[in-house]
Design a protein around this ligand. Structure first.
Ligand SMILES: [Fe+2]
Length: 252
């Protein structure tokens, strides 16, 4: 296995059944760009669809039927675990019971996917059980560079809305990561805008949405979650054995 790895992170695609295929087209455009950069793998960090509808998952299944690289899914707060298991053929790595956390082992970088959604809620939650699973999982490969992928950013963004609907008990995540120096990146979505934070020693990178970008509301009286004309896109995370990680915003 070579000492080089390119991960395309595509997030918050919000595929719909009533938008004439617009969101699915953005997803396909991002995958085509990822193919041009010879991505080794693609991960979709949640909010795959907009309203948890069966027909939306059918549209998503069509959009990702022939991906240019191995493609991995995880849920966001707009997703339904049951529909993901039942309506997305070929994604057999998704656990059949419980939450949809799993590990991608067969690349030079290990990717630990953390499903911390709370069904019916907009916020996320890092439960003690999930923290224990993550701790055990990370302890199994202490010397392999590792990315943790989750939907909700585990840091305060200082945005009035997104700090209310962020990851509850994110301190638990930081406590676990602090014990595992091989965790080199935490990647997430949810906020529909590029931002950067930290969780223990690990940089956190928030990917934009492929569909629309939110501005910030940082002061009382400002509009909450205003849609802006900023460019949707995706993130390219490149790693080499010699140089470590670099993360790039890729505009659509
Ligand atoms: Fe979203």
């Amino acid at each position: 296995m070579s000492g080089k790895f390119i991960l395309a992170q595509i997030s918050d695609t919000h595929v719909r059944a009533d938008d004439a295929g617009a969101a699915a087209a953005q997803l396909k455009k991002a995958m085509a760009q990822a193919a041009a950069y010879r991505a080794d793998a693609i991960v979709l960090t949640g909010d795959l669809v907009n309203d948890e509808l069966r027909e939306e998952y059918a549209a998503l299944a069509r959009a990702i039927a022939d991906p240019p690289a191995p493609l991995f899914l995880m849920p966001g707060n707009h997703d339904a675990r049951g529909h993901m298991r039942a309506l997305l053929p070929g994604h057999d790595y998704l656990p059949q019971a419980g939450n949809l956390s799993y590990v991608i082992e067969h690349f030079p970088v290990r990717i630990v996917v953390l499903d911390q959604i709370v069904p019916g809620e907009t916020h996320g939650l890092l439960t003690p059980e999930l923290a224990a699973w993550l701790d055990r999982t990370l302890a199994a490969a202490p010397n392999k560079p590792t990315i943790i992928a989750l939907h909700h950013p585990p840091f305060l963004t200082h945005d009035l809305l997104f700090d209310r609907i962020g990851l509850l008990d994110a301190d638990l995540l930081a406590e676990v990561i602090a014990h595992h120096p091989q965790v080199s990146r935490v990647i997430c979505g949810h906020h529909h805008r590029v931002s950067f934070g930290q969780c223990a020693h690990a940089p956190v990178i928030v990917a934009p949405s492929t569909s629309w970008i939110y501005g910030l509301a940082m002061h009382d009286g400002q509009p909450i979650a205003p849609r802006t004309s900023e460019q949707p896109g995706w993130m390219l995370h490149a790693w080499t054995e010699q140089g470590g990680f670099a993360s790039h915003f890729m505009g659509l």
